[in-house]
Ligand binder design. Structure first.
Ligand code: FES
Ligand SMILES: [Fe+2]
Length: 441
């Protein structure tokens, strides 16, 4: 349970809020590269409560800028993206991706006025199909986090995203909550695949124990379930500050593909859930891509049951609104709930969204009752609240900002003798030094 004040601190992300200041220390995934074409239409986006425009100039660089023209405030969404800049169609002022005014045809040619006018612009970087932006205070931003999915060749990555109508913390709590998978996402009445450890052991032991290790990037999470007598199945996942997780998808293989989410706050009540599946050693198979349950991936084309999207709108995130949503009870199928799946909505993303959005836009955490299975959530909240306090009181830089290399970690699923130390067992794999996962059966 949190106090009302703690809940406010944890959830609010706008400019000047304590958590908004923490989040602005990190690079954010802003848009997919394919969403902005050179000289293409400006795209409305919202990040951390700020309305912005993204556009790609003729030279391929991406700008993330304020949406209103500094002349008299007209919307640059209606502007012309042409010849290396975005031109306001009210009086023709033109801005480059860095926000410099590079043309002011309504003023005398000899005037230096345009040198004094700036459009607010955030730095961007582009890597592996994702445009990142930095909304923080440093003149020289830190390095991008070395998340492995953002470094592998494109054939080894599948990425997608969907908009969620809830505060980011609710979504993040679901992502680092290993206990819910044995319920919310559990199949009924189908034979489980014994080659996938997750399937073999998750449903056998729905009361997992946790061990948590603080790391430079966040928390390494060991989730223990009973395996054969004298042995444990350890699922090793990560919470990476401020809003990523990493989890083992197809554990039990020597070259398993893995999953990672990033829950990027659009504002206090809307979150963009980015989903990445990657493999460090080989291209992803079609089956693996189908299993990744989100639509609108780089390259496009794969549709998954229950993960259809609505026709795009011009609103921020409007191309990524799921068809299964609050307005239709997430397409819950009560017959399926009795026969084939524990929860009714079709597909894991609809299941997560249904439960997380049902709490209301920002859940009142003074009303909750946390149990032993909520240990990861308690630790994550503590990490973030401490970061907010330390940044406000002494300017302490939050975890991971200046340790970008430490984000190169992988999840794992392994079976160990009861006496073995899980936190060291798969180190070479987890730290990205080996390309073969430990398969200990
Ligand atoms: S308002 Fe944009 S040029 Fe005048
Ligand atoms: Fe989930």
């Amino acid at each position: 349970m949190l106090t009302r004040a703690e809940n406010e601190t944890l959830t609010r992300v706008g400019p000047g809020t304590p958590m908004g200041n923490v989040l602005r220390q990190y690079w954010l995934p802003a848009v997919f590269s394919y969403e902005v074409a050179a000289d293409g239409d400006p795209l409305r986006i919202r990040l951390l409560g700020e309305d912005l425009l993204a556009f790609r100039a003729s030279d391929g660089r991406v700008g993330i800028v304020e949406p209103l023209c500094p002349h008299r405030g007209a919307g640059l969404f209606f502007g012309r993206n042409e010849e290396c800049g975005l031109r306001c169609v009210y009086h023709g002022w033109k801005f480059d991706v860095d926000g410099r005014c590079i043309d002011m045809p309504s003023e005398p040619e000899e005037s230096s006025f345009k040198d004094k006018v700036r459009l607010g612009a955030y730095p961007t970087r582009e890597r592996n199909g994702v445009v990142w932006t930095y909304m923080g205070p440093r003149a020289e931003p830190p390095e991008l986090p070395a998340l492995e999915w953002n470094l592998v060749p494109p054939s080894q990555l599948h990425a997608s995203k969907r908009m969620q109508e809830s505060n980011w913390i609710q979504a993040l709590e679901g992502g680092i909550d290993p206990a819910h998978a044995g319920f919310l996402h559990a199949p009924l009445g189908r034979k489980l695949d014994p080659r996938i450890l997750r399937e073999r052991y998750f449903l056998n032991d729905r009361h997992p124990r946790f061990e948590l290790v603080d790391t430079p990037y966040g928390v390494r999470i060991g989730t223990r379930r009973n395996a054969e007598p004298g042995r444990y199945y350890w699922s090793i996942t990560h919470y990476m500050a401020p809003y990523y997780n990493a989890f083992a998808f197809f554990d039990g293989q020597e070259q398993p593909s893995m999953g990672s989410f990033g829950w990027v706050p659009m504002d206090d009540v809307t979150t963009m859930a980015w989903c990445f599946t990657w493999n460090p050693a080989r291209p992803l198979s079609d089956d693996e891509i189908r299993e990744t349950y989100y639509l609108e991936q780089i390259g496009g084309g794969v549709h998954v049951e229950g993960d259809r999207l609505l026709p795009p709108t011009q609103e921020p995130g409007g191309a990524f609104r799921p068809a299964a949503n609050r307005g239709n009870d997430y397409l819950i199928d009560r017959r399926a709930q009795r026969t084939t799946r524990f929860a009714g909505p079709p597909g894991m993303s609809a299941q997560d969204a249904a439960l997380q959005e049902s709490m209301g836009a920002i859940f009142d955490r003074t009303r909750e009752h946390l149990g032993t299975s909520d240990a990861t959530i308690i630790r994550m909240r503590r990490t973030l609240l401490q970061a907010a306090r330390a940044l406000a009181e002494s300017g302490t830089v939050p975890a991971g900002v200046d340790a970008p290399e430490t984000y190169r970690v992988r999840p794992a699923g392994i079976v160990l003798d009861a006496s073995e130390d899980w936190s060291r067992a798969a180190d070479g794999w987890i730290n990205g030094k080996e390309l073969t996962a430990p398969v200990l059966l």
